[in-house]
Design a protein around this ligand. Structure first.
Ligand code: AMP
Length: 116
């Protein structure tokens, strides 16, 4: 059996984390090393390693997560302005190989580029 990911251990209660949202398909936690005053991670319970590893059978799950990003941002009070980031691969800094969407809010980002 393959090793459980960090995020699977968190949702199983084996590693503590600040869980701000949970449903049948996904959950959200506060990032342990926040890069913005509001920094949340939205994570599928299914341990898909990277976005490119998702397949057609994950279509509904991925759509659900995008909808939940909006709900979670509203709940966190950042829905007026926030950024969503997915790191896919070590080359862009992915460190946890269990798909997750970063929600970054309450931070001034450049308005005309993706650089920050
Ligand atoms: P990425 O670099 O896109 O793979 O993002 C992984 C994120 O997980 C980083 O922003 C880390 O700060 C965060 N992280 C790592 N360990 C934990 C943890 N135990 N609880 C919450 N967030 C974590």
């Amino acid at each position: 059996m393959s090793e459980e990911t960090l995020f699977t251990k968190i949702i199983n209660g084996d590693i503590p984390a600040d869980i701000v949202y949970e449903d049948e398909h996904c959950f959200a936690i506060k990032d342990i090393a926040p890069k913005a005053p509001t920094h949340l991670l939205v994570i599928p319970k299914k341990p898909i390693p990277k976005l490119v590893d998702a397949s057609a059978e994950d279509k509904v799950l991925l759509g659900h997560m995008m909808l939940m990003v909006g709900e979670i941002a509203k709940k966190a009070g950042v829905d007026e302005a926030f950024r969503v980031i997915i790191n896919n691969g070590e080359g862009v800094g992915q460190t946890v190989f269990h798909l997750h969407l970063h929600i970054l809010g309450n931070k001034k980002f450049s308005e005309d580029s993706l650089g920050f």
